[in-house]
Design a protein around this ligand. Structure first.
Ligand code: G3H
Ligand code: 13P
Ligand code: ZN
Length: 344
């Protein structure tokens, strides 16, 4: 068992309590490779934002779970060094399993150094979801790992058509679910969806903030998570299509609506597709402009810079997480101090 603390990660508890109180959301950005990971952590250092770096089951298979774990640990070490060299404060980093679909996967991640896991039982019937989530929480909390559960089903994204048929979270179920499972945060379904095709062009994109507010009324101060929160930058889509790609018309979640959600109970916002689009747009643009280029550093490097700019802007303008790291670091140092005093 490798405990996440020995790798320099933190769980999400303090991040979320500060986020709920101060009205911002912690960015949860997915990564599958080195360039994405660098862009995420460096943008968060630069903006002094807390960050959740998240890994899906697919990412774990793609990059190899052992290598991915070492990369994440390496990112913490790199940020410590960069912070010291640039005279910046360190930032809290959580390593999170995104959409864990089984107890065994969650246990495997916890045993290899994850500080937070999601158990996504949202496709099961309510009772089954609650029982599975409770089982994961019981194991995770033995190791002070935080757990995200989910109630309600986000619409699927199939055949590149705009998502339809959400099963919105039922506010009347959340109190029971949260108290029975002991989860630390709850992902809800209020009209966001995964992937690049969320709303059709011409449809007015709107998430159900009324459901969010009703949930907040029933479990005040409890950390809420929004998945499927990419905004699908139209300039990246245009660049991709101009440079030989084919992304059909699609609209994402308007940034003002995410900002409004972040001001209330939403304290973690998941973004993956926006990064994929920005990275692909930059690589396609370089290939179109310089067809002779074949050094991966010459296209992956600029793609990494474009990603970094995009994440820094999200932190500043959408999530409101920029400048929030010092407050969280101070609270964490107090907890560490109390733990040491107790153990003496
Ligand atoms: O919610 C899904 C994330 O965007 C991860 O996607 O399973 O293709 O890695 P993935
Ligand atoms: P997007 O596809 O909207 O980026 O959502 C990502 C996500 O929810 C990861 O869990
Ligand atoms: Zn998701």
């Amino acid at each position: 068992m490798i405990h996440y603390r020995s790798l320099g990660f933190v769980n999400t508890r303090v991040m979320f309590s500060v986020a709920v109180r101060a009205g911002f959301a912690v960015p949860a950005y997915n990564f599958n490779n080195m360039e994405q990971l660098q862009a995420i952590v460096l943008s968060c250092l630069e903006t002094q934002s807390p960050v959740i770096i998240q890994v899906s089951k697919g990412a774990r298979d793609y990059a190899d779970r052992t290598l991915l774990g070492h990369m994440a640990h390496g990112a913490v070490e790199m940020i410590k060094r960069e912070a010291a060299e640039k005279g910046l404060g360190e930032i809290p980093i959580a390593l999170h399993l995104d959409h864990g679909d089984s107890y065994d996967l969650c246990v495997s991640c916890i045993e290899s150094g994850f500080s937070s896991v999601m158990i996504d039982g949202s496709h099961h019937a309510y009772e089954e979801n609650a029982a599975l989530t409770r089982r994961v929480v019981d194991f995770a909390h033995l190791h002070d790992v935080t757990v995200e559960g989910e109630l309600g089903v986000l619409a699927g994204v199939e055949d590149e058509v705009a998502a339809e048929s959400h099963t919105y979270t039922r506010p009347e179920e959340v109190e029971d679910f949260v108290s029975r499972t002991g989860v630390d945060s709850l992902a809800i379904s209020i009209g966001t969806s995964h992937g690049a095709y969320k709303f059709k062009v011409g449809q007015s994109p709107r998430i159900r903030l009324d459901i969010l507010h009703e949930i907040e009324r029933r479990i005040p101060g409890f950390p809420i998570v929004l998945h499927g929160s990419s905004s699908i930058p139209q300039d990246a889509v245009e660049t991709i299509n101009r440079c030989g790609g084919s992304i059909k018309d699609s609209v994402g979640i308007p940034e003002e609506q995410l900002r409004e959600a972040a001001r209330s109970a939403v304290c973690k916002i998941n973004i993956d597709s926006d990064g994929r689009l920005v990275m692909t747009a930059k690589i396609r643009e370089i290939f179109a402009r310089k067809p002779e280029e074949f050094d991966p550093r010459k296209y992956l490097g600029p793609a990494r810079e474009a990603l970094r700019d995009m994440y820094a802007r999200k932190n500043r303008e959408v999530l409101g997480s920029a400048g929030r790291a010092p407050e969280i670091m101070t609270a964490l140092v107090g907890i560490q101090y109390n733990r040491e005093v107790k153990n003496e």
